[in-house]
Design a protein around this ligand. Structure first.
Ligand code: ATP
Length: 290
């Protein structure tokens, strides 16, 4: 299964561009979209989910044009939008039955599937309570469950881990990694550690453009050998900041420990090389292009 996107542009109005000439090919597995606010992640996801039409460009799913024939993808799509709304008076069970009816999912297996999904998102014990009484994280989990109702082959999650506690993040990861062999899964976040833990491939976006896409280790390789740490006084820190890209600082008594990416070839004196991470690569790519 592959989704081939070419030259995708979304011009909201004269001044606002959501995506500009964006091309990417997405295969089975979990793709993480990483980018700062306004990068175009939601715009891309809405277009793939056929909620929004592009101004220009094409999307083909296994050779089928999904801009002009959206039904091809809608039948096999699961989508969790960023601003997912729930019906506060329905309980989780009723809500999933309602969404199933909208999606045309029914039959003998429905009850079993709802039970399985409620268990998958850890809501079985609360399934008979009105959703209006749920916490933000619980509402997010019911949103995840509804996206999985129709046994989708293309799954789109816009900021799925917002509001989830660490335990629920692990549960979410397990839930979708079981599906990844068989599906295209696209999820967005601006939290690098979430993408690092969940995604196989990463697409780093900014200002409506794709900066880089690849398997996580290949993205990290972009900054390997460039990341250093040093413990400095405040004067030396000022000098370092003017020359290099600072990733992180922390106080160590009257000194500052700094993690940075070198610009050029020469690290500051008394610096030690450290292993690069996805966060280093993300900051390197987005801050160099900012
Ligand atoms: N309905 C809209 N009308 C006008 N401009 C819009 C609309 N939706 C998005 N935009 C603009 O398009 C650009 C991309 O926005 P988008 O929501 O796709 O980014 P994002 O990467 O999902 O950001 P976030 O992490 O904040 O959700 C931004 O400049 C945004 O202001």
């Amino acid at each position: 299964m592959s989704l081939v996107i070419t030259g995708l542009t979304k011009q909201y109005n004269k001044h606002k561009t959501g995506l500009s000439n964006y091309s990417i090919t997405i295969e089975k597995g979990i793709l993480g979209l990483l980018g700062p606010n306004g990068a175009g992640k939601s715009t891309l996801m809405k277009i793939i989910a056929t909620i929004s039409k592009p101004t220009a460009g094409t999307l083909f799913l296994d050779g089928e044009d999904i801009v002009n024939s959206p039904d091809k993808i809608r039948k096999i799509l699961g989508y969790l939008p960023q601003d997912f709304g729930v019906y506060p008076n329905l309980n989780a069970y009723e809500f999933l039955e309602y969404i199933a009816a909208l999606k045309g999912v029914g039959g003998d297996g429905l009850r079993k599937r709802i039970d399985m999904l409620l268990d998958g998102v850890n809501l079985t014990a609360d399934a008979k309570r009105p959703i209006g009484t749920y916490s933000g994280g619980m509402k997010q989990r019911i949103g995840i469950a509804q996206a999985l109702l129709n046994d989708p082959k293309v799954l789109i999650f816009d900021e799925p881990t917002v509001g989830l506690d660490p335990e629920e993040r692990v549960r979410f990861r397990q839930l979708i990694s079981d599906l990844a062999n068989d599906c295209i899964i696209i999820l967005s976040s601006h939290i690098v550690s979430d993408i690092e833990a969940i995604a196989d491939e990463v697409a780093i976006m900014q200002n409506g453009a794709l900066l880089e896409k690849g398997m996580q280790p290949d993205i990290v390789k972009l900054v390997e050998g460039k990341v250093f740490e040093a413990v400095l006084n405040s004067d030396d820190l000022v000098v370092l900041k003017a020359k290099h890209l600072v990733i992180d600082t922390s106080r160590q008594k009257e000194l500052t420990k700094v993690r940075y990416i070198i610009k050029g070839n020469t690290p500051e004196p008394a610096s030690l090389p450290v292993n690069a991470t996805l966060e280093d690569a993300y900051l390197y790519l987005t801050q160099n292009k900012a």
